[in-house]
Design a protein around this ligand. Structure first.
Ligand code: SAM
Length: 660
């Protein structure tokens, strides 16, 4: 026996309130109206899935979240008169009838209007009046309206509806050039001839067919069928829609990769919240259900090592500075990473066996100064004599620690050859003493050895970076892969890792311009070469939105608009699929792999974003289904929220995880 009351309350809590609808009156009305009475016979058990469902005449009852979002956006008051265009099942009208004085609703299909009328009568919704007709012309005799909600998407905003708004009235309507992909707009009439317009985000509605909508159903259907045979149509058919990040079903969509040794999760920019949230949701699921114990990210080793101590409840490091102070701070110092780290710590706290706790590691090469501090602190504790030798060896890097990018230039003019030999020798010495040192504390040894390795790689990196070319990129990705291998080895033969890094590091470079033209390799490629089918490369993409970024290296963080993707890019194909967020698994043999695999422009936004030169600075050719095993799509993304830096002078105590 289905407990529909319980399911209804759960739907409102999980799918509506948690996703940001907060108007208590709206939530209460959604908890009250039995949606099961508005779906077709046989669909009752699905009434509280957050999805549109088919009704007669090839139409749909809208997704509950969208119904709630539109009603909330209309800011309804108890005395309001409301017009709805697109009665459909009558569900949204019934919900609104609990919130306002009177609801007028128009449906173009007589059969739907008739069924809805019967439902209103049976349910006692006496303040709803339904008529059959073309709603794009409004309901002039009943105008003006305090709010008008249109439940179907048209190519433009019907003038008649604007004119039937009262002053202060709100029109909520999906508008878009394609029949099933629109932007949800709110138009507010501020005076007789003045209207404000806001974009509330991407949506997907059935077509609004009428005098001021699409010409006819046949025209809209033809466009749809055409799209069905096109590449975006094929992507849409294969796309699996993603639930909300907090819904356990989100992570479960990635169960198919649970048996891999390494799952690499990309991002199309370093400053978009959705990429971080998605990666956090997937990682949580893999840790909880598939024994992953390593989270290795494109961050500097010493910074991540400090966080790791916190999340694995290990003793705090003596080296004093808070992590992630280096530009670009927002990349790790943001609210989404913070939330994930809190989860990680809480989860680890509940795990008694310390070996089963999941750690947080940095794969990247920068932050030489903290690495030096960390090697010295370690040696001072376990082998003070060697610490003295190390201090002398690292001495030649001291002038460049805080400005390492200028080191390459210094090497040209002075005799810094010895510096290279010294840092390599130091790393070698430390590794040679592994047995001696690590018997007491393996974790601490791994930290010191990786720091020494970072210093050796970074010395070389900064030296060759000055000359430009592929070698510095390759050295960095080789270092990242080497670090990953060391972490896996240190965690035992059955250890499994999730990696977070930019698409440019994760997408197999052999199928991109960077590999084919510039001879660059990356961690995704090397992982495939080393682990074969035991690895999954998952790319991420977006069409538009906002992003946290800088204009120049070292510059302040800005929030910029991400331009809509270029018409010839692979992102545009995904956008044209018309679905706001989905997973596209790209197995061999899928009929669309071949056409999708044709090299196309792909957008790479890193820390720097310069929309004004976007084509040359951010797009490169790539073959998406060869680069990645799967792709996660968010049509619209938003900038991450950075956390403030510690004001050291203010002597703020170091608090977990970022010393805030
Ligand atoms: N609000 C509805 C509900 O809760 O079930 C969902 C409506 S459904 C997504 C959109 C409806 O708009 C369809 O029933 C369709 O027939 C109707 N429609 C499309 N164009 C219309 C027009 N010009 N006038 C009136 N109804 C229209």
């Amino acid at each position: 026996m289905l407990d529909l009351d319980h399911a209804r309350h759960r739907m409102v809590d999980v799918h509506i309130a948690r996703r940001g609808v907060s108007d208590e009156r709206v939530l209460e009305a959604m908890r009250t109206v039995p949606r099961e009475n508005f779906v077709e016979t046989g669909f009752e058990e699905f009434a509280y899935e957050d999805a549109p469902l088919p009704i007669a005449e090839g139409q749909t009852i809208s997704q509950p979240f969208i119904v709630a979002r539109m009603i909330e956006a209309a800011e309804l008051e108890p005395a309001d008169r409301v017009l709805e265009v697109g009665t459909g099942s009558g569900y949204a009208a019934a919900v609104m009838s609990l919130l306002v004085d009177k609801v007028f609703t128009i449906e173009r299909h007589d059969k739907l209007a008739e069924t809805a009328r019967r439902r209103m009568k049976a349910g006692g919704y006496t303040n709803v009046e339904i008529r059959t007709g073309d709603g794009t012309k409004g309901w002039p005799e009943a105008a003006p309206f305090d709010a008008i909600l249109v439940a179907a998407g048209g190519p433009r905003i019907p003038e008649a509806l604007k004119q039937q708004l009262d002053i202060g009235g709100r029109l909520i309507i999906p508008v878009g050039e394609r029949p099933r992909s629109q932007r949800l707009m709110r138009i507010t009439r501020t005076s007789g001839g003045k209207f404000d317009q806001e974009d509330l985000g991407g949506v997907m509605f059935v077509p609004l067919v009428g005098e001021q909508g699409w010409a006819d159903e046949a025209g809209a259907t033809a466009a749809r069928v055409l799209r069905g045979r096109s590449l975006p149509g094929m992507i849409a058919a294969a796309a699996e829609e993603l639930p909300h990040f907090e819904d356990p079903a989100f992570g479960a969509m990635f169960d198919r990769f649970g048996d891999r040794r390494v799952v690499l999760l990309g991002e199309a920019s370093h400053g978009s919240a959705e990429f971080y949230r998605a990666r956090a949701a997937i990682t949580r699921h893999l840790i909880e259900n598939f024994d992953f114990t390593i989270v290795a990210v494109e961050a500097d080793w010493p910074d991540a090592a400090r966080i790791d101590r916190e999340v694995r409840l290990r003793p705090a490091s003596r080296a004093g500075k808070p992590p992630f102070r280096r530009f670009p701070t927002w990349m790790w110092r943001n609210t989404d990473v913070q939330a994930f780290l809190h989860w990680l710590r809480d989860r680890n706290e509940a795990v008694n066996d310390s070996r089963a706790r999941a750690g947080f590691y940095g794969l990247d090469i920068y932050n030489m100064s903290d690495s030096i501090a960390s090697v010295l602190a370690y040696l001072e504790r376990v082998d003070p004599q060697s610490a003295e030798v190390a201090r002398q060896r690292y001495g030649c890097l001291t002038p460049w620690q805080n400005e390492p990018t200028t080191y390459g230039r210094a090497v040209l003019s002075q005799n810094y050859r010895k510096c290279e030999e010294d840092v390599v020798a130091q790393c070698r010495d430390l590794l040679r003493k592994q047995l001696e040192y690590s018997t007491s504390d393996g974790e601490e040894f791994l930290d010191a050895a990786q720091s020494a390795q970072l210093i050796a790689s970074a010395e070389k990196y900064y030296r060759i970076m000055y000359y430009g070319g592929a070698e510095s990129w390759n050295l960095r990705d080789r270092h990242m892969f080497g670090t990953l291998e060391h972490i896996l080895a240190a965690n035992g033969s059955a250890s499994k890792a999730v990696v977070w890094a930019h698409n440019s590091h994760i997408g197999d470079a052999r199928h991109t311009e960077m590999g084919q033209v510039r001879d660059e390799r990356n961690i995704g490629q090397v992982c495939r070469e080393r682990f074969g089918d035991e690895v999954a490369l998952i790319g991420f993409g977006t069409h538009r939105g906002t992003v946290a970024c800088a204009t120049d290296w070292g510059g302040p963080m800005e929030v910029k608009q991400v331009l809509p993707s270029l018409s010839e890019s692979c992102e545009r194909l995904f956008h044209d699929a018309g679905k706001p967020r989905f997973l596209l698994d790209m197995p061999d043999g899928a009929s669309w792999r071949e056409p999708l695999g044709k090299p196309r422009l792909q957008r790479f936004i890193g820390v720097i974003y310069r929309p004004e030169t976007e084509l040359t600075s951010h797009y490169a050719d790539a073959s998406l289904p060869r680069q990645f095993d799967a792709y996660v799509w968010f049509d619209e993304t938003t900038a991450v929220t950075p956390l403030p830096m510690v004001r050291e002078a203010a002597r703020v105590p170091d608090t977990y995880p970022f010393g805030l």
